[in-house]
Design a protein. Structure first.
Length: 197
């Protein structure tokens, strides 16, 4: 988290640092992002940045949190949707796509977080994965109990497929994603690949 000195800055200076960091972390994963480029972009001395954040990781996690705070403002509405797990997933991905359209740099920051291979982020990535798995497991358990999802399926296998397809779908948003394509991907999650009458 930022030090109090960061919050003591005038709003314009804070906004300039955040904007420069968002641009850099949207363009590069954590391990390739340059703190030097960030400070040059917002016109401050590199030493000053250490008065505001402990290190690059501290700044990075703050920016990732900002990105997810914005994204949650969009997708949280999906969990209030009336209907089954598939209606929730449908709305979740539609809202995720709207977030990607409205905030492309923040969308890229969030995506690059999950793509990171840095040992420095291993703990945060694992916590994020466990949190996602718990949330999905709760919704899946209810859907299986209601007979909406095949209760014979291994929940871990279902999460694996959901997570893999969902990650690829969200990554694809940057290339454009029309409603038809989105619906077909969601239909594969819902119905599988078997031929139906």
């Amino acid at each position: 988290m930022p030090k109090q000195t960061f919050f003591n800055l005038e709003p314009e200076r804070r906004a300039a640092i955040i904007a420069a960091a968002v641009r850099e972390f949207a363009e590069h994963p954590f391990e390739q992002a340059s703190l030097t480029k960030i400070v040059e972009s917002c016109g401050i001395a590199k030493g000053s940045m250490y008065q505001y954040f402990e290190d690059k990781k501290d700044l990075y996690l703050y920016i990732v949190d900002l990105a997810y705070e914005q994204k949650r403002a969009y997708v949280s509405r999906a969990f209030g949707v009336q209907g089954d797990i598939f209606a929730i997933l449908d709305e979740y991905y539609r809202l995720s796509y709207q977030f990607a359209l409205d905030h492309p740099l923040l969308h890229q920051v969030a995506n690059k977080f999950w793509d990171s291979r840095s040992d420095q982020l291993r703990t945060e990535l694992e916590k994020g994965r466990l949190s996602r798995a718990r949330d999905f497991a709760r919704v899946l358990k209810e859907a299986m109990a209601e007979g909406i999802v095949n209760s014979q399926l291994d929940p871990e296998a279902v999460f694996f497929v959901y997570h893999a397809v969902g990650k690829e779908l969200i990554d694809h948003f940057a290339q454009g994603c029309d409603d038809r394509f989105l619906q077909q991907v969601l239909d594969v999650l819902r119905y599988g690949l078997a031929a139906r009458d």
